[in-house]
Design a protein around this ligand. Structure first.
Ligand code: ATP
Length: 298
């Protein structure tokens, strides 16, 4: 389990992280979100022991993170940190040895992972000859080859096509099942929605939203109603008190409402029409992110 307790980081006068606390249990996937410059990378660097916090503590399984523990943290970022002149095999052996693994164990693991990612044929190819997506897979394998206790994923799907995104997701779930604590960061909210049970949204280093995704969505009163059908009386729906907007999305309308209680009023306007879809849905994480971050900047 990872415990981040009241961390503060100043760069000169600039407070990049402001009294941030959270926990990631074994086998939990935790989302750390925030706009550009919110303090995510700074937080990751502190957790990995690459940067000293001005204040606060970080514990991994109850121990302060120092060099003896950093081997147990895997990090995948969108910036490539591969040694591109090496072959895939040389690269993975290099990282495995740095993490204290025997060459035999590394070879077993690398064979397993290259097979999993369907790139067995690339074992003896130079990294620089690989496509961006395949380099991302190698970066991921380098981070997890020793089964880390904590895995930090910062935009891990960059450069991957939809089929490989699914493979990478499977790999992440595999590590979750092993009990690895996972921190996931992405600006693509649909990935956060699919993965994370808990999350924090940072603004200027401070957590402005913190909790279980389900609760955050429930507490956020605004809902979306999706309607498909003929002769939808858009102007009449727009006039209902509590309707925020009505927008056409392909062959359906999306009606944003202030709260659940507005939904029957919208339904009353269309019940005599030829309707093929009427669906009241929770706000998406994307909408919640934009609204909550926007409120702070107002
Ligand atoms: P992004 O989504 O763009 O990667 P981030 O959430 O990772 O952003 P950080 O890189 O942690 O944000 O930056 C947080 C704040 O700290 C910003 O105001 C940034 O300008 C500042 N900062 C980051 N690194 C340094 C540094 N080495 N020296 C001085 N200030 C820094």
């Amino acid at each position: 389990m990872l415990q981040v307790k009241n961390i503060v980081k100043y760069y000169g006068e600039n407070k990049a992280v402001d009294n941030l606390s959270f926990e990631v249990k074994d086998g939990e996937i935790f989302g750390l979100l925030g706009e550009n410059g919110a303090g995510k990378t700074t937080t990751f660097r502190i957790i990995m022991g690459l940067l000293d916090a001005t204040d606060g503590t970080v514990l991994l399984n109850g121990r302060k993170i120092d060099y003896s523990l950093t081997d147990q943290i895997g990090f995948v970022t969108e910036e490539r940190s591969l040694l591109t002149k090496m072959t895939v095999k040389e690269q993975l052996i290099f990282y495995g040895i740095l993490k204290g693994m025997s060459e035999k164990k590394i070879e077993n693991e690398l064979k397993k992972w290259l097979k999993f990612f369907q790139i067995e044929d690339y074992e003896n190819r130079k990294i620089k000859e690989l496509s961006k997506g395949n380099q991302q897979k190698i970066q991921f394998i380098s981070a997890v080859i020793n089964h880390p206790k904590l895995l930090i994923l910062d935009e891990p799907f960059t450069g991957l096509d939809p089929i490989n995104v699914e493979l990478m997701k499977k790999a992440i779930y595999k590590l979750q099942e092993e009990g690895c604590s996972i921190i996931f960061s992405s600006h693509q909210m649909e990935h956060i929605d699919a993965f994370c049970e808990k999350l924090i949204i940072l603004v200027k280093g401070k957590a402005i939203v913190d909790g279980y995704v389900q609760d955050i969505k429930k507490e956020y009163k605004k809902k979306n109603i999706l309607i498909r059908g003929e002769d939808i009386p858009v102007t009449e729906i727009e006039k209902i008190k509590g309707v925020i907007s009505v927008t056409k999305q392909k062959d359906e309308y999306a009606v944003k409402v202030d709260e659940d209680s507005i939904a029957p009023k919208v339904f009353a306007k269309i019940k005599n029409k030829n309707i093929t879809k009427y669906d009241v849905t929770e706000a998406t994480l994307n909408e919640i992110f934009i609204a909550k971050v926007g409120e702070v900047h107002e």
